[in-house]
Design a protein around this ligand. Structure first.
Ligand SMILES: Nc1ncnc2c1ncn2[C@@H]1O[C@H](COP(=O)(O)OP(=O)(O)OP(=O)(O)O)[C@@H](O)[C@H]1O
Length: 273
């Protein structure tokens, strides 16, 4: 099966700080996965292992069966695209268009192909009005879409989005969801780090919870959000509806508004007897 896989992976930064311990994880093509957990749990470190920016101190990372230790970051980035948490850490060209074109030119793709890829990435991210602007002059929410467009144009089978909803309004979030749906239809994998639990509950079926350098759960949103020990250890919050259901003592491990409405209307139905 084509997948990214972490096998018994431990990673220590050059200063000796161990940020990931004994990670085991497999994500197949076409899967959509959310990684959640407290600040400093090791989420960003883990995804940087997937795209080869970090190489494991112990254990192995495979991308479609190839060990990342045997490849350069540039080689792996043709398979795994990483959209940084902060777009300013990623952007270095002086126009939006040249930012999107940069890697494609580096890869020496034919100009017709570059044009086609840029056009598609721009259309999918809706940034057509900003192409000639300096990326640092466009609003933060758009700048994030510029960095997403860069990765879309490279057309990698795996995409990592670090905090994609941060700084986005409802329109931006809707655009992101449409994008993730489309990528999934194309059998591409989207791996998303996020602190936005509503976004997780509504858009993912697989959630990986991290705490203290380790993966502590890999399950559905409902099982994650109603596993109180996981919620406490990963320091995550249930989606608001889940919190409310817990407060008012409604059973059923609710995490969605519709479930809440259904449960409440059922409870309020007059008894037949
Ligand atoms: N270059 C580095 N050198 C040493 N320690 C680092 C380095 N980068 C990160 N760390 C440490 O590794 C730990 C894990 O960081 P990481 O960024 O992976 O966490 P995270 O779960 O993504 O957190 P957040 O949600 O805040 O982004 C943190 O304690 C962080 O301080």
């Amino acid at each position: 099966m084509k997948s990214v896989e972490l096998r018994n992976v431990t990673f220590a930064y050059p200063n000796g700080y161990v940020a990931n311990e004994q990670l085991n994880l497999q994500i197949g093509r076409g899967e959509r996965v959310a990684i959640v957990g407290q600040n400093g749990a090791g989420k960003t470190t883990a995804v940087k292992l997937i795209n080869g920016l970090h190489k494991p101190t112990q254990g192995d990372v495979f991308v479609d069966g190839v060990n990342t230790k045997d490849k350069t970051v540039a080689q792996i980035s043709a398979y795994v695209g990483y959209v940084f948490q902060n777009p300013d850490d990623q952007i270095f060209n002086n126009s939006v268009k040249s930012e999107i074109e940069y890697t494609l030119r580096y890869l020496k793709l034919p100009s017709k192909d570059i044009e086609r890829r840029v056009e598609r990435a721009v259309e999918l991210t809706g940034i057509g009005d900003y192409l000639d602007m300096n990326p640092f002059d466009v609003p933060y929410s758009i700048r994030k879409f510029v960095t997403i467009a860069v990765i879309l144009a490279i057309d990698t089978p795996y995409l990592i989005l670090d905090e994609p909803t941060a700084g986005q309004d409802l329109i931006g979030i809707k655009k992101l969801i449409e994008l993730m749906d489309l990528l999934q239809e194309e059998q591409k994998s989207v791996i998303t780090i996020t602190h936005d639990m509503e976004f997780v509950a509504n858009n993912f079926t697989r959630v990986i919870a991290m705490a203290n350098k380790r993966i502590i759960a890999d399950d559905t949103p409902r099982n994650i959000f109603w596993h109180e020990a996981v919620v406490a250890e990963a320091k995550i919050k249930k989606p608001e509806i889940g919190e409310l259901a817990k407060k008012v003592g409604i059973g059923g491990n609710i995490i969605y508004r519709d479930e809440m409405v259904e449960k409440l209307s059922y409870n309020l139905k007059p008894s037949v007897n």
